[in-house]
Design a protein. Sequence first.
Length: 364
Amino acid sequence: MKVMTVLPLPRKAVPRALVLALSSIILSLSLSLPLAQACTRLTYLGSNQSVITARSMDWKTDVATHLWIFPQGMQRNGEVGANSIKWTSRYGSVIASGYDIATTDGVNQAGLVTNLLWLVESQYPVPDNGKPGLSIAAWAQYVLDNYATVAEAVDALKKEPFTLVTANVPGDTRLATLHLSISDATGDSAIIEYIKGKPVIHHGREFQVMTNSPTFDEQLALNAYWKSIGGTVMLPGTNRAADRFARASFYVNAIPKDESPQVSLASVFSVIRNVSVPYGISTPGEPNISSTRWRTVVDHQRKLYFFESALTPNTFWVDLKKIDFASTTGQVKKLDLGKDQSTIYSGEVSGDFKVTPAFKFQGA
C-alpha cells in the first residue's frame, strides 16, 4: 500500500521564451500519453465550510444512466461468486448508474461522494481465494454504503479488505479500467488507483482534481509545470486528460470563495462545463476522446445532488433531506432518465422517483 504526498512548488516568474520552449515539450509529452475515456472530477473548497464536488461523464456511446435511491439496511455481496464480500448498507444513497449494472457516481446521506473515472493504466490484483472479492461495478457503492468520511474510508481500504475484480465493459471487448475518487463534507479527498495490482491511495484536501491518463502521480508532475506558469498566463486547451486536469486545477481555486451557496454553485458548474467535451465531438482515429453526456454536482453541506444532461435544457436536483433512507420504511426507487438521459425534469425531483426493484451489480 502506498500513500502519496506532494510538496507544493514555489511560484516564480517565468520568461516568455522559456514558457514557449517548455510548452512545446509538454505538448510532445501529452501527445505520447495513452488515450482514455474523458471524464473530469473536481472539488471546490469555499467559504463557510462550503464543499462542492462536480464530475463530467464523457463516453462514446450512451451509458444508459438512471438515478436511484438506495436505503439503509440493503443486503449486498461482491457479485464474484461464492467468495464474494458481503455487507449491509449503513448509509442510504442517491446514485447515478451505468447500464443499470454499476454505480458510477453518487452521494450518501452523510455527504460522502464517490466518482468512478476511466484509467487505462489500471491493473487489478489476481483473485485470491483467501480474500473475498468485490466486482468493480459495486466498488463505488461499497464505499457509499459503509463510510461517512474520507478518513474512515481510507483507513479501512488501505487494509485491502477485498480483491477488486474487473469485467468487460458492456457491449465492448475491453475490461473496465477505473479509478475512484472520494470526497466528504469536510473537504477531505482521496484518489484510489490500482497500479501493478496494488492500491495506491492519494489522501488529502489538496487532491481536488482527477481526470484520466496518466496515473495520478504523473498528472501531479505535469500540473506542477502549469502551476509554475500561472493560469492567467497560459492554460492548455485541448480535451485530453492532462489539459483538463490543468484547467480544472486552476479554475477550481481561482473562482471566488463567495458566501452565497447559489454563487458558489454557479461557479462550480462553470468550471465543470469548461472541462467538458462538446456534444458530438470525436477525433478521427481517436475514438476514446468522447463527448460529455452528463454532469453531476454535489453540495455536500446542503446535501443536494444536481444532474445535468447534455440533451436536455434543464438542470434538476435531488434533496437528500427529503428522502426516507430508513431501513424499516425506506424503499429502493428509480428516476428513469430515458435514452441518452433525454427525459426532461426540472427543479427538485425526489418525489418523481418510482419504487423499483434494485438492479444487480455486474459480476466478474
